[in-house]
Design a binder for this molecule. Structure first.
Ligand code: TRP
Length: 519
């Protein structure tokens, strides 16, 4: 057991791992495994190798400088500290923001259980802070369908207890509440589960078109499927891809969708296809988005290639060889843990970069780079100077493992307690207000370089005043700009009002006392 290990010993290598044959590192949406060497030991993930293998770009100091120049805000600590370490076309999203002022952000989560751990919150915190800085709309996809299909596939077609379709929808709801408790702004954020949102309308039209562009061979190549994989999982990727298209969400931009009971807009909106998207995500999701980027321009309404900003995996308590996993309670700190549990987990299970004995530590110093308590502090501690001071004192042997852990424990206890306080306030109604398709409000870059041209009626990248221009009303835009907005803007505002009223009606019809669970 890891509990009995002396502090400073290398992470325990499980027996099953020791009997493993040497294999290369394997990273895709369904596998995250470091290289296994001849002795059977699992190595830490080699991110430089991954940059080459995936053909992504490293995130460079130039990017951070440009980010700071454009936004007037310091680069996020997770970018400064290289947790977010690589990208595709991050420059292009900055170009678009500088020129036209707006884009959409998209991220997601697979609801594999009802509780989220500390590791799950980090990319969402990053996304939230980027969204605040850019002041742009954000969509969060909860892939209850993916997790259902994946779990059943893993179990060779058997549906285990607690793993029915409905269970995953419930996990998605619990996760949505956790995500909301991280502090997202309801005015500019839309959260949805696939079962509830993606099967209809323009979203589904995009899915089917994307499915038509992906062959079985291409899906198997990207995700390691074979002829025994269930067909749901094989086609699922198309949905995760087109979720990056603003044209999948007309309602958020004040345009009409194609959903029952009636609609006028059979056709997806061309104006939305022009809006670029940025996805912050962990690098294991990159195979989806490589597939997406290869097909953006082949859609009947071509979309710009989606930009990505990619993170490493969060370190497990046991050390850099693995990642936090919800299925191993000792590998992770859960957002529902008590202060005492946090203290115990860090003290007992967090891999230490300290030395075997106090004397040795004082003499030789510790290694903060492999120290899990320090690593967690690097995710959560905003103060660069304090973090640097902790590292230096640790290296010099002045700071002991127990002291590093104590600093980490107090920081995490505070983060988790604040979270729990906010989580308690996320009622079913609050959750539904984030999940209701409605016109989002956002300002974007207040000083885009092409503002002058826009004011003259030229098309921007598809959004004006936070709402989409409708291509059908383009002529009116050029001539009819005045205080009340263009004809198309007025039409959109009316539409948005109608939709909001409908949503309110639906909410009001919900039976009282159905707080929390759906069943
Ligand atoms: N497939 C992801 C998971 O299992 C969930 C997801 C969907 C996602 N869309 C995304 C993650 C976009 C990051 C970005 O966790």
């Amino acid at each position: 057991m890891a509990t009995e290990q002396p502090v400073g010993a290398p992470p325990e290598v499980k027996e099953t791992i020791q009997t493993k044959k040497p294999t290369g590192q394997k990273i895709d949406p369904y596998n995250v495994a470091g290289e296994v060497d001849e002795t059977g030991a699992v190595k830490a993930i080699d991110y430089n190798h991954l940059i080459e293998e995936f053909g992504v770009q490293p995130l460079k100091p130039e990017h951070l400088e440009r980010f700071e120049r454009i936004t007037g805000k310091p680069a996020h600590r997770l970018m400064r500290r290289k947790l977010f370490f690589s990208h595709r076309d991050f420059d292009k999203i900055l170009d678009a923001y500088e020129k036209h002022g707006k884009f959409m952000m998209y991220t997601g989560r697979g609801p594999s259980s009802g509780s989220m751990h500390l590791g799950h919150t980090v990319p969402f915190l990053f996304t939230k802070e980027l969204q605040e800085i850019f002041d742009v709309p954000l969509v969060i996809m909860l892939t209850d369908d993916e997790k259902y299909l994946y779990t059943r596939n893993k179990n060779h077609g058997v549906q285990k207890r607690g793993a029915a379709v409905e269970d995953f929808i419930e996990f998605a709801h619990e996760n949505a509440k956790d995500i909301i408790a991280l502090g997202f702004d309801v005015k500019k954020t839309f959260i949805y589960t696939d079962f509830e949102y993606t099967g209809l309308g323009h979203f589904n039209q995009n899915i089917k078109e994307m499915e038509s562009l992906i062959t079985f061979n291409q899906a198997s190549g990207a995700f390691g499927f074979d002829a025994s994989t269930n067909v749901g999982l094989i086609s699922y990727g198309a949905a995760q891809c087109v979720a990056a298209f603003p044209s999948s969400y007309p309602t958020l931009f004040g345009l009409e969708d194609n959903r029952p009971p009636d609609y006028e807009h059979l056709h997806r909106h061309k104006s939305l296809a022009k809006i670029p998207t940025l996805i912050p995500c962990a690098i294991d999701q990159e195979p989806y988005f490589r597939m997406l980027r290869d097909r953006c321009e082949r859609m009947s309404d071509p979309h710009p290639k989606t930009s990505l900003i990619l993170s490493k995996f969060l370190t497990a308590l046991q050390g850099p060889g693995g990642k936090m996993s919800a299925s191993d309670p000792n590998s992770a700190i859960f957002m529902s843990d008590t202060p005492k549990q946090i203290q115990t987990k860090i003290n007992r299970h967090a891999f230490s970069g300290g030395r075997e004995s106090l004397e040795e530590h004082r003499k030789l110093g510790g290694d903060p780079d492999v120290d899990v308590a320090y690593t967690y502090l690097s995710y959560f501690l905003e103060d660069d100077a304090e973090l640097e001071d902790l590292a230096q004192r640790y290296r010099r042997g002045e700071l002991l493992t127990g002291e590093m852990k104590a600093r980490c424990i107090s920081e995490l206890q505070k983060f988790v307690a604040d979270f729990q306080e906010r989580r308690a306030k996320v009622t079913h109604e609050v959750m539904r207000s984030f999940m209701c398709p409605r016109l989002l409000e956002f300002g974007g870059n207040r000083n885009p370089s092409q503002k002058q041209a826009d004011a003259g009626g030229a098309k921007s990248n598809g959004i004006v005043n936070g709402k989409a221009e409708d291509e059908e009303a383009g002529a009116a835009d050029a001539t009819g700009k005045e205080g009340r907005g263009t004809k198309s803007e007025r039409k959109q505002a009316k539409m948005a009002e109608k939709l909001a009223a409908k949503a309110q009606e639906k909410l009001a019809l919900r039976p009282k006392g159905s707080e929390g669970r759906a069943s």
